[in-house]
Design a protein around this ligand. Sequence first.
Ligand code: ADP
Ligand code: ADP
Length: 231
Amino acid sequence: MTSLRLEHIVKDYDGPGGRQPALRDISLEVGDGEALAIVGPSGCGKSTLLKVVAGLEFPTHGRIYYGDLDMTEIKPQDRGVGMVFQDYALYPAMKSKGNLAYYFEHHAYTHEQMEERVRRTAELMGVDFQHLLGRFPETLSGGEQQRVAIARCIVRDPTIFLMDEPIVNLDAKRREQTRIEIKKLLRTFRVTTLYVTHDQQEAIFMGDRLAVMRAGRIEQVGSFDDLYYAP
Ligand code: ADP
Ligand code: ADP
């Protein structure tokens, strides 16, 4: 089994008043295909934790392993990590299809390979996804944009999937729909996932296990039953 392991991760930011600790000695293990939901209040370091795994921030101390691979030695673009942000972050000048195809057009893939990967991804996203492909992001609702952003990650077949508050900016109805879609996707796609939210109910719904975070530390890790019903 290939697990994702964070070992003693520390991240300090340089702030106006000197070094600001954002992550204070975080160790975590996520199993192959497992979804770990990380829940904690705003500012506790959740986004920073995902950025460190994605390689968007470099840890001050500590190592991240995927199996035997030391991820901290690998360039962000070569880590096999897909990240979904709360603001979707689609390329606005490209239709959804272009957003999905972009990666393949800039790497050594044939047009047929790209078409095949986009087709399989659209299938995985559900029957009502296909019609979004020909549209520009600005013509899509927030929920639809986030589905395209998720598909843009999936199409690259990531080994690690990172989601940072993916439904927080949607209205209540779309949030409910999208949260069910994401859960279904995690079940079928079975990719190792870190899912970040400030919402406890959402974390319980999404995670195979939960990690409770506060002030740069993981306070508890376990299944819902472990955390809420343990004697
Ligand atoms: P969360 O995602 O849980 O809201 P963040 O990881 O965004 O928390 O932030 C953790 C702490 O690090 C906060 O105190 C935040 O202000 C600080 N922080 C985040 N990003 C930066 C940055 N680029 N420079 C300086 N401080 C930062
Ligand atoms: P939400 O409440 O999720 O933001 P909207 O009310 O923005 O959803 O959109 C509802 C429907 O209208 C969606 O199916 C979306 O694709 C479509 N839509 C939204 N904005 C535009 C637009 N500028 N042009 C065409 N269709 C749009």
